[in-house]
Design a protein around this ligand. Structure first.
Ligand code: NAI
Length: 254
């Protein structure tokens, strides 16, 4: 039997790359879908002994989603796991009393609409594979955020987008269970990547002051390990499940 294949969006760097590397260690061949160049990321995957395919894919574009999947079909002929990781923060943090429509459309387009329609085409193909009797544990994993439930009025569009991702987890979990496709949601806390480099000092201070019970930044590897556990079938009787990977941020502590 051929090795299982996982496609990770936004895997050229950051959390997506951490997920791709963890999945490669778990035994998956990897598809890196990104708008950035993927050569370095591909090398880091092949160094782990897995096959890597880099595809240029802007997840907001239907033609590029279709082309990416066609490339995966041609190279691997199967897809067992999709990690919807690609996402953006607003280019400028703006109070919700001031924030404009352009930023709203930018964030919602990439964080919500793109993954929604990518999941749709991937799910159709996974159903086809299940109906053809191809063995394997199939999963779709959404990278949401603590912003799914935490109100930050200086980036309302981001919080709305991540709350929507959380509903997408439930919708797809409910719809796909009958085909043996499990859907999971990872909610990262404060993770050291390019996205958060602009607010490093602010978060350093908050973490020092005890914002998170585990007083450190999270890493892309922390998220990757949780994703690999889900994709490997360790939670086979769970679907629509949210996994907080946030140093305990989600707890109320008195
Ligand atoms: P990052 O900015 O370092 O990486 C994002 C990746 O997505 C980049 O490679 C980028 O090129 C790609 N991307 C952006 N737009 C794209 C598009 N239209 N099509 C395809 N790829 C696209 O960000 P980071 O921190 O690695 O974030 C990854 C995910 O994790 C995002 O969904 C983010 O919202 C989420 N997250 C991050 C947290 C953090 O503290 N860094 C916390 C909670 C969630």
């Amino acid at each position: 039997m051929s090795r299982p294949v996982a496609m990770v969006t936004g895997a050229a760097r950051g959390i997506g790359l951490g997920c791709a590397q963890a999945l490669a260690r778990q035994g998956f061949d990897i598809v890196i879908a990104d708008v950035l160049a993927t050569a370095e990321a591909q090398t880091s995957i092949t160094d782990l002994g897995a096959a890597a395919l880099g595809v240029h894919c802007d997840i907001t574009r239907d033609d590029q989603r279709q082309a990416a999947l066609a490339a995966v079909r041609e190279r691997f002929g199967r897809l067992d796991c999709l990690v919807n990781n690609a996402g953006v923060a607003p280019k400028v943090r703006a109070d919700i009393l001031e924030a404009g429509e352009e930023s709203y459309d930018f964030v919602m387009g990439i964080n919500v609409k793109g993954p929604y329609f990518l999941t749709q085409v991937v799910a159709r193909w996974m159903i086809e594979q299940a109906q053809a009797g191809l063995e394997g544990f199939r999963s779709i994993i959404n990278i949401a955020s603590i912003s799914s439930y935490t109100a930050s009025p200086a980036r309302g569009e981001y919080c709305l987008s991540k709350a929507a991702v959380s509903m997408a987890t439930k919708l797809w979990a409910a719809r796909l269970a009958e085909y043996g496709i499990n859907v999971y949601e990872i909610r990262p806390g404060i993770i050291a990547t390019d996205m958060t480099s602009v607010v490093k000092e602010k978060y350093d201070k908050l973490i020092d002051e005890g914002l998170t019970p585990i007083r450190r930044w999270g890493s892309p590897q922390d998220i990757g390990q949780a994703v690999a556990a889900c994709a490997g079938g360790a939670l086979g009787f769970s679907t629509g499940q949210v996994i907080d990977v946030d140093g305990g941020f989600h707890m109320r502590v008195l």
